[in-house]
Design a protein around this ligand. Structure first.
Ligand code: F6P
Length: 344
């Protein structure tokens, strides 16, 4: 079969490992021809491609980023975009397209399948771990590890200076990275988008710690965390060219609020794109490899319109339509029953 592959949305550790696994099994087991589309959907519309084979992917397993390049945006942003995608399938005689992407790219994949019946398979990718239908996306474990390593380092400098450190992590509108890294890093408080925070309650936790002689604290905040209405001044929202709210920076507002209210010296650290860069953890290399193998198997099973998803310890095909327009919130049981036990 002639199988196309694209990577869409924000990059994520493990993308190259997924591509490598698709190509390995596609070429060696199924005798497929593999074609990489460059720069996500733009490459499909404009027929910008690269040939992929086992030899060209040597050394890519531990490599961060994506060798295909990636972009946000969709064929639906262009007047003739959908027709161009259909023409690419026809003229390149594509038998399948594997879309490795997060909520945005998978929604586009679902729509193209529904509207045109294109033979598409999805693979859920994002450090945010917020794709509905799968228990875990690849890249999440790496982001959590990077954030945890940073928190470990911040503990020692916070203790030396008796400071509060507010550490901002990614995750958009879900608190998966914050909750996992906060638990792993021994945070005093974890602020997540799913539960608007009360800055006075956070300050109470910090004062209680001080009264117990604990003068250093780590507050982990998800970039999408919001104060309870009326409890603290919010920030103006900024949007990117695709209309997505551009997050990042809430930690600064929180750090100033903590210092103002408690008098405790406070600093903030924004981890930002460091969480997305570099080599995937061993866990993510294995998960990405499994996702890639499952995706090419799904192609040969003709499971069109499906995404390969982790359910328990199995990778299974689930309809792409299950993911559309939704984001998967953090497990609130984990937040309340485990993380909160260690607050303060
Ligand atoms: O969705 C992944 C993610 O890293 C989010 O956690 C973050 O809000 C966003 O992408 C950042 O996007 P960009 O790379 O466009 O700044």
């Amino acid at each position: 079969m002639r199988v196309g592959i694209l990577t869409g949305g924000g990059d994520c550790p493990g993308l190259n490992a997924v591509i490598r696994a698709i190509v390995r099994k596609g070429e060696v087991v199924y005798d497929d021809e593999l074609i990489g589309f460059l720069d996500a959907w733009d490459g499909v519309r404009e027929r910008r491609t690269m040939h992929l084979d086992v030899a060209s992917l040597r050394g890519m397993l531990p490599r961060g980023g994506t060798l295909l390049g990636t972009r946000r945006g969709s064929p639906y942003d262009h007047a003739d975009g959908v027709a161009e995608v259909a023409a690419t399938f026809r003229e390149m005689q594509l038998d399948a397209l594997i879309v490795i992407g997060g909520n945005g790219s998978l929604s586009v994949a679902s729509k193209l399948y529904d509207e045109l019946g294109l033979p598409i398979i999805g693979v859920p990718k994002t450090i945010d771990n917020d794709v509905v239908g799968t228990d875990m996306t690849f890249g999440f474990n790496t982001a959590v590890q990077i954030a945890t390593d940073a928190i470990d380092r911040l503990h020692t400098t916070a203790e030396s200076h008796d400071r509060v450190m507010v550490v901002e992590v990614m995750g958009r509108h879900s608190g998966w990275i914050a909750t996992h890294a906060g638990i792993a890093g021994g945070a005093t408080a974890i602020l997540i988008p799913e539960q608007p925070f009360d800055i006075d309650a956070v300050c109470r936790l910090l004062r209680n710690r001080h009264e117990r002689g604990r003068y250093a604290s780590i507050v982990v905040v998800a970039e999408g965390a919001e104060p309870q209405p009326g409890s603290m001044a919010g920030r103006d929202k900024v949007f990117d060219q695709f209309g997505h709210v551009r997050l990042g920076g809430v930690a600064e507002t929180i750090a100033y609020a903590i210092e103002d209210r408690t008098g405790f010296e406070t600093r903030m650290v924004l981890l930002g794109h460091i969480q997305r860069g570099g080599t995937p953890t061993a866990f993510d290399r294995v998960l990405s490899t499994r996702y890639g193998v499952a995706a090419i198997d799904a192609v040969h099973a003709g499971a069109w319109g499906k995404m390969v998803a982790l359910r328990g310890n199995e990778l299974v095909p689930v309809p792409l339509s299950e993911t559309v327009g939704k984001t998967r919130p953090v497990d609130m049981h984990l937040y309340h029953e485990v993380a909160e036990v260690f607050f303060g």
